[in-house]
Design a binder for this molecule. Structure first.
Ligand SMILES: *Cc1c(COP(=O)(O)O)cnc(C)c1O
Length: 385
């Protein structure tokens, strides 16, 4: 077993950028105060959090008061869905929730719980064979009693980017809160909440070279929302708990860098991604790209191979020194095809053989080529297994 692994799983998480880590350090031991304290320690910590809020707001093109810091992308999705749905129930007796069938579990399981425990009617939008939601399908399903609509910006499993601005415009017209999970998208795509016509937008720092354990939710001023975590009055009464000052500072710096370096990062990633997709489809028989061929994240390549055990392939790749993903958290022993891949209409025989390869700032051409040399033999092996 190789000790050095080539990391090709940036959609799962990214390493913390050294510049981000450096930004965080003073807030562990020097400026360590509780932002809610009255004394100077507290004031300094509060200033740090508010500065971070301004930085994130600049990247989102919103007001600082519209940014709520949370503990992760999942928490942001929970607050958006549960908070907006319960507020809409209270204010206007809304009963209907509309989501796409390819949402991250942070959204879909939250919506399912709202249906099971709070009697919301959960409706799924159709997607095309690239996993894309079409605005006309949203328009057809919006109702006066729709509490909240949630469609992810870019899909973590298949990389497809959704037409968020168009969907948002339709919801806005009807006065229905619209949430987008931008946790995967934010590393690469502009997240201008005004241009996107969203009321709620979730971020998670560890997907864009920030630390794990911190996220944010954009809440457009005036959007009815109830807190999910109750207690103190932090985060404009929307998220109780002492602010994680070093992580919030780190998230803001990582987000700032993602905005100013976006073009440079994309021009590094896209040619590598295109080389990878082209060669895999050329070199490997019975292989298909999943997700949209063009409207997809610049670092994201995802495939299915007919008759392959996806978990076996991942283990063979790991032994060969490549850290990849199947795209979904599917447990070995009980291989179930992912809901997302089934929603695309893929037969289980194909959907079970999924592979996601996601690139990052540190990915080199040499690493991609080494991967491309190794993959065909390993797919053959996983087919026989
Ligand atoms: C990673 C991810 C999440 C969850 O974010 P965490 O910060 O890991 O909780 C939610 N949605 C999408 C699309 C993701 O990629």
């Amino acid at each position: 077993m190789k000790t050095y692994k080539t990391y090709l799983d940036y959609a799962a998480t990214t390493p913390v950028d050294p510049r981000v880590l450096e930004t965080m350090m003073p807030y562990f031991r020097e400026t360590f105060g509780n932002p809610s304290s009255v004394h100077t320690y507290g004031q300094q910590a509060e200033a740090t959090v508010e500065e971070a809020r301004e930085t994130v707001a600049r990247g989102l093109n919103c007001r600082p008061e519209e940014v709520v810091f949370t503990s992760c992308g999942s928490e942001s999705d929970n607050l958006a869905l549960r908070g907006a749905a319960l507020a809409a129930r209270r204010e206007r007796d809304a009963r209907h929730i509309l989501i796409s069938p390819v949402e991250h579990h942070a959204v879909s399981h939250t919506a399912q719980q709202l249906a099971a425990l709070h009697k919301f009617e959960l409706e799924y939008l159709p997607v095309d064979d690239a996993g894309k939601v079409h605005p006309r399908e949203v328009a057809k399903r919006l109702r006066d009693d729709t509490a909240v609509v949630s469609v992810m910006y870019a899909n973590n499993e298949i990389g497809t980017i959704n037409p968020i601005a168009e969907i948002g415009a339709l919801c806005r017209e009807r006065g229905i809160p619209f949430h987008t999970d931008a946790v995967q998208a934010a590393a690469h795509l502009p997240v201008d909440v005004t241009a996107l016509n969203v009321d709620l937008l979730a971020l998670g720092a560890h997907k864009f070279y920030g630390p794990k354990g911190v996220g944010a939710l954009y809440v457009r001023a005036g959007t009815p929302i109830l807190p999910v975590q109750t207690g103190g009055g932090q985060e404009h009464n929307l998220r109780a708990g002492t602010s994680n000052v070093p992580y919030i500072a780190g998230m803001a710096e990582a987000f700032r860098l993602a905005q100013i370096e976006r073009e440079v990062r994309i021009s590094h990633l896209k040619p590598l991604r295109d080389r990878l997709i082209g060669r895999v489809l050329e070199d490997i028989p019975s292989a298909r790209l999943t997700g949209h061929p063009v409207t997809r994240l610049p670092n994201h390549a995802s495939f299915v191979f007919e008759g392959v055990d996806g978990n076996a392939l991942l283990m063979l790749l790991d032994v060969a020194g490549f850290a990849c993903s199947s795209g979904s958290a599917c447990k070995s022993g009980d291989p179930k095809p992912s809901d997302v891949l089934l929603a695309l209409g893929l037969p289980p025989r194909w959907a079970l053989g999924s592979l996601r390869v996601t690139l990052g700032m540190d990915t080199t051409l040499e690493a991609v080529d080494a991967f491309l040399s190794a993959l065909p033999g390993l797919v053959e092996k996983a087919r026989k297994a």
